[in-house]
Design a binder for this molecule. Structure first.
Ligand code: TPP
Ligand code: MG
Length: 187
């Protein structure tokens, strides 16, 4: 299963009220096309989906904040996970789509293949984290995604996914317009 297929499944599970922060590159482009809505689609700013998701979750405690991030982005912003673990925002859910590469920029390897994500995340103090290898099996993806997005409390879902072969074009909106549309949604 590829990251795009996971995101496509999410479209049948989310209720439309969630505030989504998607990582720059192909992931935000996939979220833009497959989930739609006035969400935060990062462009250029690699490593920031978790820090932005953390701030948003604290500022909007009554909304579910869903971070959808590639592995390269997650690892680049890893230090923010220590703050997430410390603060434990109840309304924050993080999905890591781990294809073990920087797919957007040509498929260079990330260091994901040698990282035990769950040990690392638990070591920070986040108990509610799960990992599934979707690269050779679909497992029960709908159930897994329902659990992650609807369960009470902070949780992190790490999914090994197959390499995306289709790299989408840039989102046809300026970052300022993306931000304004998102902010208007909160008013
Ligand atoms: C600081 C910084 N370094 C590099 C880039 C170029 N860049 C854009 S997307 C991307 C890859 C992101 O990888 P990942 O989060 O794993 O997503 P994938 O492309 O695999 O879907 C890179 C290296 C950037 N935008 N900013
Ligand atoms: Mg990746």
């Amino acid at each position: 299963m590829k990251g795009a297929e996971v995101i496509s499944k999410l479209s049948t599970i989310l209720n439309g009220e969630e505030l989504i922060v998607s990582s720059n590159g192909n992931v935000s482009r996939q979220v833009y096309h497959l989930l739609q809505g006035d969400h935060i689609y990062l462009r250029g700013s690699m490593g920031l989906p978790v820090p932005i998701g953390l701030g948003l979750a604290l500022a909007q405690p009554n909304r579910t904040v869903l971070v959808i991030t590639g592995d390269g982005n997650f690892l680049m912003g890893l230090s923010a996970m220590t703050t997430v673990a410390h603060v434990q925002p109840e309304n924050l859910k993080i999905i890591v789509l781990d294809n073990e590469i920087y797919a957007t920029t040509g498929g260079q390897n990330t260091v994901s293949s040698t990282i035990d994500y769950i040990t690392m995340i638990q070591g920070m103090g986040i108990n509610n984290s799960r990992s599934f290898d979707m690269s050779d099996s679909d497992h029960l993806i709908s159930e897994i995604l329902k659990d992650t997005t609807r369960e009470q409390g902070l949780n992190v879902l790490h999914l090994k996914v197959e390499e995306d072969t289709i790299i989408l074009d840039n989102i046809p909106h300026h970052p300022i317009d993306i931000k304004e549309n998102f902010v208007n949604r909160l008013l």
